[in-house]
Design a protein. Structure first.
Length: 364
């Protein structure tokens, strides 16, 4: 009993230490202005993104860094995505629309789309963007400046998350809560261990020469969390990668409502724990069930300390993620209940393949 309590307290203190370390180290992309003739291929896989794609294309056309091409792959859209992109390309000659090929066996849809985009890109750098992000400020020059100053093979950014419904607030903040309390982001760049890897597929900037050699989306073809897998592959190749938070450069409304958010997180949660049910259940025990046990067993003083520690942890991470700390503190218990539900769906998805994303079955 005492050992389990000691492990629980130690894990909480460890998470506090990681979050505090992230708060005092450079975890955000810094502003940078760069004049260069090197070309960026901006590669956008799009499947039924008619509501978002025009905003992103307009944002890109306003970037201060002008040496780029835009390639958009229409991945079997049934809405007006292709027509919107085609119209934009009539006035922006650096833009091209590509019709996606049929998904081969063994590939995840997004990975196949990115693979096709890279095959037609001509730039010195490949920037993969999700179609639902929005861009503000000198994103391209700032990211390229970081790449060149640190000689990175891969730079990934976590966009700021816009949430417009209570359902989204119950799910989306869990991403930063898990990430920033479990992994010091600077370790991704400083240390070459593949186990210290995180990335976000919404923004991934590669040196093209390394990408063409390794063909990373092909190597990660069947992975749900291909972004994390690719960062691991980069580090295994003894190349440098970095993952940072946005600095008001890039934002995204990742999901439209509670149901879509739960479905998206169910697809990714177990994969984010290396596909290990043991790892996921261990995390849930140490962060959820053990706290409930302390209250039930009457360890009131310890339980109160842990409650105050959680409030501090949520506030600190919310500030780093540019989210409202009060909302996340007040919703914490409800978010944890939702996390348990997502974990159950993610484990079920591993065995039954009952998770669908953008019309395709996904095994978590």
């Amino acid at each position: 009993m005492d050992l389990l309590i000691a492990i629980t307290v130690f894990f909480l203190v460890l998470r506090l230490a990681v979050a505090f370390f992230n708060s005092i180290t450079p975890t955000h992309l810094q502003f940078g202005w760069l004049s260069s003739e090197e070309r960026i291929s901006i590669l956008i896989p799009a499947r039924n993104e008619a509501a978002n794609i025009a905003n992103l294309l307009n944002d890109l056309s306003k970037q201060d860094y002008r040496q780029f091409e835009i390639l958009v792959l229409d991945d079997g859209s049934t809405d007006q995505t292709a027509e919107i992109v085609r119209s934009f390309c009539t006035t922006e000659l650096r833009c091209r629309l590509i019709k996606g090929q049929e998904l081969p066996p063994g590939w995840m849809g997004k990975n196949w789309a990115c693979h096709q985009l890279a095959a037609q890109a001509t730039g010195d750098y490949f920037l993969f963007l999700d179609a639902d992000v929005s861009i503000n400020g000198p994103l391209l020059s700032s990211a390229l400046s970081k790449m060149k100053s640190k000689n990175l093979a891969l730079l990934s950014l976590f966009p700021g998350q816009d949430m417009k419904t209570a359902g989204e607030w119950l799910v989306v903040p869990l991403m930063h809560y898990l990430l920033l309390s479990m992994l010091p982001l600077c370790f991704i760049e400083w240390l070459k261990y593949p186990s210290l890897a995180a990335a976000n597929g919404q923004f991934m900037l590669f040196q093209a020469k390394h990408y063409r050699t390794a063909n990373w989306h092909s190597q990660a073809r069947g992975k749900v969390t291909e972004d994390i897998e690719i960062m691991k592959l980069v580090k295994r190749a003894r190349l440098k990668g970095a993952t940072l938070l946005e600095n008001n450069f890039i934002r995204c409304r990742m999901y439209m409502g509670f149901g879509e958010a739960v479905n998206g997180f169910s697809k990714n949660l177990l994969a984010g724990f290396g596909g290990s049910i043991f790892n996921l259940l261990s995390y849930l025990y140490l962060t959820v069930f053990s706290y409930a046990f302390l209250f039930y067993a009457g360890y009131w003083q310890l339980a109160l300390f842990m409650l105050l520690a959680i409030i501090f942890l949520r506030s600190l991470i919310s500030a780093m993620a540019d989210q409202n700390p009060l909302w996340n503190v007040l919703l914490h218990v409800f978010q944890v209940v939702v996390l348990l539900y997502i974990a159950a769906r993610s484990i079920a998805g591993k065995y039954f393949g009952n998770i669908t994303w953008k019309g395709r079955k996904v095994r978590s």
